[in-house]
Design a protein around this ligand. Structure first.
Ligand code: BGC
Length: 580
């Protein structure tokens, strides 16, 4: 018999055997978040660029997947040098994507479907085309100090050169000259992305206002981008000039490369954590007023010890969801089962005890799972993201196993790749391959757009690899993904405990259980067949039943397997349930 239980703000449908559950969970604590890169999701007006109405028209698809919330890469007004990660007006919508009315319509429809909407907010820098920067460049009294300005340095040949050796994440000097001020401005990313001055309280106030503005519009939260870059070292401590950063001495890295320097003065500065806590107060004020949590997600590419500081401590709350990028940053093609176990357990070890973990396997910056590992492991990675304890975050297309597209130099748009000026080696840094249009069908431009051409080319192979094909197939990544989101509604995955083992160097397994309902997720990430014994886990014995199997597995739903003798084909991944 199925019953309906209300848990805090969360409604969970559970079977009779889970009747005793009365644990409170807020809506976001075990939610599935789906990242949309708006430019590439769905084009509704035939200009070859995805847009807001396109997203609205596909919200049912998100519902079908079992997604609870979507976070949209930036949709604010931008000249698109970094496609929205360079905002020129934080209070308006990029006309490429539509209007504020379109966005309100999206919120309305999402609300009807009970899908929350999260916006990506870029507080480290604006666009160099923002009014604020233009005024600052002209020493407007109010805006003069909004950005990081510094006098040049006279080099040995008597020429003006950048204030110090700082290198941008997009390579080359992090300083660009502005004739109107006869000064250099700092840009930790591209020259079109000048860094704000967080030591100016007026800037901080403005950032809080922006967050407030969009939360009042009805969004369920904001993702704070590149948060560990907000502060630079306080130059007053260094006699009024920003000091050089030390050279790492890493072999094969030139002075134009970001890795050339150890970024001790430009990232992870102590002041950042207090700033995050101040921003969190803005979310909390509205949460308390409305009695509905507005979540703060934060993104920082940093060490694990710094990453978990974004959870906050003591009376200083941090982000609800500081992104855990470990599955992306710490695993690669050569990783084996032991590396997977180590990476997962490491995050859980560093994470503060009572905070929620989160799992991210891809985003708009990093190679897709099918390319970073291999296509055969797509289901295994979705099992990790969706069945490990905590929050699941899926980048659009990972549910169907999209692979990186090939984008030639002539069609390359990513500023990081363009800045290399290198028509051969740009591929090593280009992020375009993971941003190619979403593959809806085998139709024109994969069903993404009916324009003559699209802003990035559609990836090869879309004729076979697309939503429509996987929807109608009996077995597909899409079907596996849906089974997993349904499964994660069960208390064992929402509330249950976790234990893991590398059964050998190829086979990773974890157990989730709540009361007497127990599951084992097991995956052979190696290239050869293995027989494993699941009784290595405490209280796993007898028969287990298949709940979900990877696409190429010979097993299907409700097949029985023996705990003490389980043969696993290469790449096979299974979710098994203990029989009681
Ligand atoms: C985003 C990138 C962007 C950069 C600069 C990163 O955190 O994920 O896509 O280029 O910030 O805003």
């Amino acid at each position: 018999m199925w019953q309906l239980l209300v848990i805090g703000t969360l409604v969970v449908v559970v079977q009779g055997r889970y009747e005793n559950i009365n644990v409170k969970q807020d809506w976001w604590e075990t939610a599935v978040f789906y990242q949309i890169y708006p430019r590439s999701f769905m084009d509704s007006d035939g200009d070859g660029v995805g847009d807001i109405n396109g997203i609205t028209s596909r919200l049912e698809y998100l519902k079908e997947l079992g997604v609870d919330a979507t976070w949209l890469s930036p949709i604010f007004k931008s000249p698109n040098h970094d496609f929205g990660y360079d905002i020129s007006d934080y209070y308006s919508i990029n006309p490429d994507y539509g209007t504020i009315e379109d966005f309100e319509q999206l919120l309305k429809k999402a609300g009807e479907l009970n899908i929350k909407v999260i916006l990506d907010f870029v507080p480290n820098h604006s666009s160099n085309e923002s009014d604020w920067f233009i005024k600052s460049s002209n020493r407007d009294e109010y805006y003069s100090d909004w950005y990081i300005w510094e006098n040049g340095h006279m080099n040995d040949r008597g020429q003006k050169s950048p204030p110090n050796n700082w290198v941008s994440l997009f390579s080359k000097s992090a300083w660009s000259y502005m004739p109107s001020r006869d000064q250099y401005y700092l840009h930790q990313f591209g020259p079109s992305q000048p860094d704000f001055n967080y030591r100016n309280p007026v800037v901080v106030e403005e950032m809080k206002n922006i967050i407030k503005f969009w939360l009042e519009k009805g969004v369920a939260g904001m993702k704070i981008n590149a948060v560990n870059h907000l502060f630079e070292v306080d130059k007053d401590v260094y006699g009024g000039r920003y000091p050089n950063e030390p050279i790492t001495g890493k072999p094969g890295i030139g002075p134009d490369d970001y890795g050339f320097l150890d970024h001790i003065y430009t990232k992870d500065q102590e002041e950042t954590y207090d700033m995050v806590s101040q921003l969190r107060d803005v979310f909390d004020a509205i949460t308390i007023r409305d009695n509905l949590t507005r979540v703060m997600m934060s993104e920082a590419s940093t060490s694990i010890k710094n990453a978990v500081r974004y959870y906050g401590s003591g009376n200083h709350a941090g982000a609800h969801i500081p992104f855990n990028l470990a599955l992306i940053a710490d695993l690669n093609k050569n990783s084996d089962a032991r590396d997977i176990k180590y990476t997962i357990d490491r995050w859980l070890t560093y994470k503060p005890l009572r905070k929620q973990a989160n799992w991210v396997s891809g985003n708009h910056d990093k190679s897709r799972v099918a390319s970073r590992f291999r296509g055969e492991l797509v289901d295994a990675f979705n099992m990790l993201v969706l069945l490990l304890p905590g929050i699941a975050i899926t980048y659009m297309g990972e549910e169907i196993g999209m692979a990186n597209g090939f984008v030639p130099w002539s069609e390359t748009r990513d500023p990081r790749a363009c800045r290399t000026d290198d028509p051969v080696n740009f591929v090593e840094v280009s992020r375009d391959p993971v941003r190619t249009p979403f593959q809806w069908s085998n139709g024109k431009h994969a069903g993404f757009s009916n324009a003559d051409s699209t802003w990035l080319p559609v990836a090869e192979g879309y004729e076979q690899l697309n939503v429509a094909a996987q929807r109608s197939a009996v077995r597909s990544h899409y079907q596996v993904y849906r089974s997993l989101t349904a499964l994660r509604m069960r208390p064992a995955f929402r509330l249950g405990r976790y234990e893991s083992l590398a059964l050998n160097s190829d086979v990773y397994a974890f157990k989730r259980w709540y009361n007497d309902d127990t599951y084992v997720v097991v995956m052979n990430v190696g290239r050869v067949y293995h027989v494993v014994n699941l009784t290595a886990f405490d209280l796993i014995f007898g028969q287990l039943e298949v709940e979900v199997s990877s696409v190429l597995s010979s097993r299907t739903y409700s097949d029985s397997v023996q705990a003490n003798y389980l043969d696993l084909a290469a790449d096979e991944a299974l979710v098994l349930r203990m029989q009681v």
